[in-house]
Design a protein around this ligand. Sequence first.
Ligand SMILES: Cc1cc2nc3c(=O)[nH]c(=O)nc-3n(C[C@H](O)[C@H](O)[C@H](O)COP(=O)(O)OP(=O)(O)OC[C@H]3O[C@@H](n4cnc5c(N)ncnc54)[C@H](O)[C@@H]3O)c2cc1C
Length: 448
Amino acid sequence: MSFAAELEKLLGVAVITDPDITATYSKDQAPFAKSAPAAAVLLARSTEEISKALAFCSEHNIPVVTRGAGSGLSGGANADSQSLVISLEKMNEILEIDPDNQFARVQAGVINLDLDTAVKEYGMAYLPDPASRDWSTLGGNVATNAGGMCCVKYGVTSHHVRSLTVVLSTGEVIEVGKSTKKFVTTLDLMHLFIGSEGTLGIITEITLNLVPRPNNPATLIATFPSITQAAAASTQLLKYRPSMLEIIDQTTLRAVEEWHPLGFEVAGSILIMQLDENIELGEQALATCNQHSMIDGMFTTDISEATDLIRVRKLAYPALERLGATLLDDVAIPVTKIAEFVSQVEALALRHSLTIGIFGHAGDGNMHPTIVHDHGDVEGEKRAKLAFSEIVQIAQTLGGTASGEHGIGSIKRELVANEVSATVIEIQRGIKKLLDPHGILNPGKKLP
Ligand SMILES: Cc1cc2nc3c(=O)[nH]c(=O)nc-3n(C[C@H](O)[C@H](O)[C@H](O)COP(=O)(O)OP(=O)(O)OC[C@H]3O[C@@H](n4cnc5c(N)ncnc54)[C@H](O)[C@@H]3O)c2cc1C
C-alpha cells in the first residue's frame, strides 16, 4: 500500500495523489528553484489531523513540506516526488478578536488581508503588509518573518506575534509564547519558529497583535538627480518616523514611465515617504530633500492624489517584468550603504550585459534588485543566476545580509556561510536535530 493510502486510512480523509493536482501544490513563485510534483497532498483541517500526519511521517521517514499560499519567493514551499505536502489553506478561520486585549487568534491559513479587514470594524489594524498580503497566509508570513512597506515604522511580522501553536515532527503539539503582551517565563522559543521556513514545526494557530488603526497617511514624493542623493536624503528622512519610505532607481522608473506614463522626470531616483502621524512635519521633510538637490517634490494629504503617486512603486516590479524574464532578489544592507550598493549593482549589470532595476524599502535598507534577461535566452539566464548570487555577495561585503524578508528557502542556502560563523551554523543544526530528529521537515531548505 502507498504511504498516501495508509495515511488516508489513518486520518479517515482523502489525500490528493493526482499528479496534475499535486503539481500545483508543489512549487512557490521562485522562478529557478527545483521542484517536482509531491507524492501526495493533504489539505489539513485541524491541528489534530496535522499531529497524526506528522507522527505517521516521522515513523515512516516521509519528507513533509508545509504550504501556505505558495506565494514565497525562495523555493521554500517546493516539494520533491517523495514528499507529503501539508497545505494549510483550509485552516482559514479567525478564531477570536479581542479588541480590549488587542489581539486576534487565527488558524495559520487565514489570509493576511482578511484579518486586517475583519478587525477594521473594531477600529483596529493588523499592520504587517507584505505586497502579497491579499493572498499570502499568516502562517506563511510567520514562517518567513515577512516584511512590507510599513516595517520601517512598525517592524516585521515577528514584532506582531504573541504566541504560536506548533506541531512538532513527532506529532506533539506545543504552545510557545503567550497571548499576554509580555512574556518572559521561558526561553524565547517562539522566535525560533518565526522565520524557520517550515523546518522546525508546523504552525497551526497564531495569536497576533492588533493596534488602533493608524490615521490616513500623508504622502511625500521627490525626484533626485542621482540615487546617491536620494539615498542620502532617505537616511535624513528617518527622523520624521515615516510609516513608509521607498526608493526607486532610474532603470525601474524608466520601465514604469514607458508603460504607464505618470509624469515623472526620468532622473536619477525617486523617494516616496508616508507619515501617519505628525504630518505637519511634511514641509520640513521636503526642505530636507531640497538639501539633497531634489529636482522636484510634493507633499499631499489628499488620499486619492497619494494613491496616484504611489502607483509608481506598485508598478515597479510588473513594469520590469514586461521587459523580459525576471529574477527578483532580496537583500538587506545598512541604510547608509544604499548608494554604494546601487552603484556596485549597476556595475555588475554592465559587466554581465543585463538590465537590473533596483527598488526597495529605503527606510530599512531592504533592497530588491530585479534582474531582467530575454525570455528563452539560455546564456542570459545563466548570467542572471550568477548576478543573483553576486548581488547577495555585494550586500554581504557592505555589512548586509542574504535576505531581508523573502527567506533563504532552497535558493540561497550556499550563500549563508559567507556571513554566519561555523559555530552559529552548528547551533542551528543542533536545534534542528532536537526538534526534528529524523530530518523530515522541509529537508534541503533554510539551513546551510
Ligand atoms: C507579488 C509578491 C509580492 C511579495 N511581497 C512580499 C513582501 O512585500 N514582503 C515579504 O516579506 N514577502 C513578500 N513576498 C513573498 C511571500 O509572499 C512571503 O514570503 C509570504 O510570507 C509567504 O506566505 P505564503 O502563505 O504564501 O507561504 P508559502 O509560500 O506557502 O510558504 C513559505 C515558507 O513558509 C513555510 N510555511 C508556510 N506555512 C507554514 C506554516 N503554517 N507552518 C510552518 N511553515 C510554514 C513553507 O514551508 C515555506 O518554507 C511576495 C511574493 C509575491 C509573489
